[in-house]
Design a protein around this ligand. Structure first.
Ligand SMILES: [Zn+2]
Length: 267
């Protein structure tokens, strides 16, 4: 499932390809997960695109917003001409035809994602549920310590993946950050010492930034608009048999998710 770095990569590319351009028409092909009313929200010029948590927001004129959740397999294709869209485009959920002749399509084979059209009040309501952005200015080590202090009995790895607690981190980056911080994912928050929290804070920001620099992680089906991610080469524990120190990795299930860690590097 795309997490913060993957969604951020796609948003940067949407800014490059469609922001400032005029959408002439839209064709909704999958009405269960895509609002049919998108067709009536255009023609409109794309004002901007940004990310909040794992969601993409595409702002149209007159404060109309497309809220895109990629789910497991949602992705965009952009092509200068409709006929140069790839072959999986027959599964597209929605296609946007731009005034310059180019086309943006959204495809979601497993249909866990969605594309909704919202007004500002509904958008704000949707976005209010998320915790702080881990790469935002407000997310300092002190703030992180205060947030964690409220949940002493909770498990650290499960909490990092809780979108109400902190936004954008999923199964891959929670595990990678815990490895870099040297923290066993089975730990309860109340047992973490201040230097460990500081180290974890730094590790979270570092893995997210590095992954964005490599256009995200492709392990199964994540693709961004221009291809696949590159951060999988830098993973330390996720779906690995050995850590970078050549120790054997342990795999456990936590909250229903496969969790990888090194019992020698992580205490
Ligand atoms: Zn190790």
């Amino acid at each position: 499932m795309p997490e913060l770095p993957e969604v951020e990569t796609i948003v940067q590319q949407l800014n490059k390809h469609i922001v400032g351009k005029r959408i002439q028409s839209a064709q909704v092909l999958e009405q269960k997960r895509v609002d049919k009313s998108i067709e009536k929200a255009v023609p409109s010029t794309v004002v901007r695109a940004w990310r909040r948590a794992k969601a993409i927001i595409i702002e149209l004129e007159k404060k109309k917003y497309l809220l895109v959740r990629l789910g497991m397999t949602g992705h965009f294709h952009y092509a200068p001409k409709p006929e140069s869209l790839g072959k999986d485009e027959k599964f597209a959920g929605v296609k946007f035809y731009l005034q310059d002749g180019s086309v943006l399509s959204y495809t979601d084979i497993r249909k866990f994602g969605s594309v909704r059209v919202l007004n500002e009040a509904r958008l704000q309501k949707e976005l209010a549920q998320f915790g702080p952005e881990p790469l935002g200015k407000e997310f300092t080590a002190t703030k992180f310590k205060e947030m964690l202090a409220k949940k002493p009995k909770a498990n650290i790895k499960v909490t990092l993946m809780d979108q109400n607690f902190i936004a954008g981190i999923g199964n891959i980056y929670a595990q990678e950050a815990l490895y870099h911080a040297g923290i066993d994912p089975k730990r309860k928050i109340g047992t973490l010492k201040v230097p460990e929290i500081q180290k974890l804070h730094q590790a979270i920001q570092q893995v997210l930034r590095q992954s964005i620099a490599h256009n995200g992680t492709t392990v199964k089906n994540y693709v961004h608009i221009e291809g696949s991610g590159g951060f999988q080469k830098y993973l330390t524990v996720y779906e690995k048999t050995h850590c970078p120190q050549k120790h054997l990795i342990t795999k456990v299930r936590m909250g229903g998710r496969g969790t990888y860690y090194c019992s020698r590097c992580q205490k």
